[in-house]
Every structure is written in C-alpha cells, then in structure tokens.
Design a protein around this ligand. Structure first.
Ligand SMILES: CC(C)(COP(=O)(O)OP(=O)(O)OC[C@H]1O[C@@H](n2cnc3c(N)ncnc32)[C@H](O)[C@@H]1OP(=O)(O)O)[C@@H](O)C(=O)NCCC(=O)NCCS
Length: 156
C-alpha cells in the first residue's frame, strides 16, 4: 500500500487538506506544548495561512489517492512544517519527504540544510543524518518554543 503514496509539489488546492493535517497535529498530538499554545497555533493554521506561506517556500506533500497524509517545507535551507498523519507514521514517509527536500536544497546550491526540531522529533532527524548543534528557542506565531537546531551537509 505504501507504494501508492506519492510525493509531489504542493498545489494551491491542497491548502485545506494541509491545514487539516497541521490542525489535527496541534490539537490532538502536540502534547508536549501547553494546551493554550496548541489551540493558538492550531487556529492560525488556516488554508489561507498555507496559501500565504506557499509563496515563499517549497512545500512537498505525500498523497494517498486524493488524501494528503504528510507534508514538509523548505524555507531557504530550513526545513519547516514536517507532519505525517499519526496513523501513517513510522513507515518511512517522513524520511522520503526529507530526501525530497534535501534534493531541492542541493539543486538550489545550499551546502547544508537545517531544522529547528520541536515536538520531540530530534531522533527522527538524527536517524536521517542530521547532527544536533544547540538548544534554541524559536518564535512560532507569538509563542516561544524550546527547540534543538540540527544540520545536515548535502552531497550528491
Ligand atoms: C517526525 C515525523 C514527521 C516523522 O515521520 P515518519 O513518517 O513517522 O518518519 P519515518 O517513518 O521516516 O521515521 C524514520 C526513523 O526516524 C525515527 N523516528 C521517527 N519518529 C520517531 C519518534 N516519534 N520517536 C523516535 N524516533 C522516531 C525512527 O528511528 C524511524 O525509524 P524506525 O521506524 O525504523 O525506527 C512524524 O512523526 C510527525 O509528523 N510527528 C509530529 C510532527 C512533528 O514532530 N514534526 C516535526 C517538527 S520539527
């Protein structure tokens, strides 16, 4: 069944489904964050928000038939918005999205990609060849979140 999961570039008509994926994550799964932060971030992840950010970054989606079950984005050389729907996690979809984003960054001439990992995803990135650099704090929609900055150097 996983061979039916295709990766492709985001289209504007995907915005509602990407919004639902993000909102589900923050409302139901991001339990390491305070509930008020989860609600605030979830409310901000509207389809209009997705359409706006799609103008300044590359977004990749993983689709199964008409359903979007995963996504990831690249802003300059920073990975953003990595989500795989919970029931499809641990099947290699997130890693496939990372490899797609790595190729995009490499083709744009970046020597490395970085990510500020929140939501306890550090192991996922180290498993994909990233090195943890420092603990950081990042601002996401008015909330300050604890994060870890990781980097991966790109080669062919
Ligand atoms: C992080 C996330 C995108 C990973 O997607 P995924 O499709 O499940 O990842 P993969 O199946 O490619 O995982 C590859 C490896 O990463 C590691 N990994 C993935 N998720 C992990 C987790 N929750 N805890 C520990 N290790 C994990 C495992 O070693 C895994 O290999 P294995 O399943 O053979 O043990 C997904 O769990 C997710 O959407 N999480 C919620 C949102 C999030 O945290 N986003 C990142 C914000 S920076």
């Amino acid at each position: 069944m996983d061979s039916n999961i295709a990766l492709r570039h985001f289209k504007m008509e995907d915005a509602q489904r990407c919004s639902s994926l993000m909102q589900d994550h923050f409302l139901n799964h991001a339990t390491n964050l305070p509930i008020e932060v989860r609600i605030q971030i979830s409310n901000s992840r509207t389809s209009e928000y997705i359409q706006k950010i799609a103008t300044d970054r590359i977004i990749i989606v993983a689709s199964l038939k008409d359903k979007i079950i995963g996504m990831g984005a690249l802003k300059e050389n920073e990975i953003r918005h990595m989500y795989v729907e919970s029931k499809y996690q641990r099947r290699g979809i997130g890693s496939r999205i990372i490899r797609f984003l790595e190729r995009e960054a490499y083709e744009k001439g970046f020597p490395s990609i970085i990510v500020n990992s929140v939501d306890q995803s550090e192991d996922f990135y180290t498993k994909n060849g990233f090195q943890s650099l420092i603990k950081t704090r990042i601002e996401r929609h008015g909330s300050i979140l604890e994060a870890i900055l990781l980097e991966k150097f790109l080669d062919k």
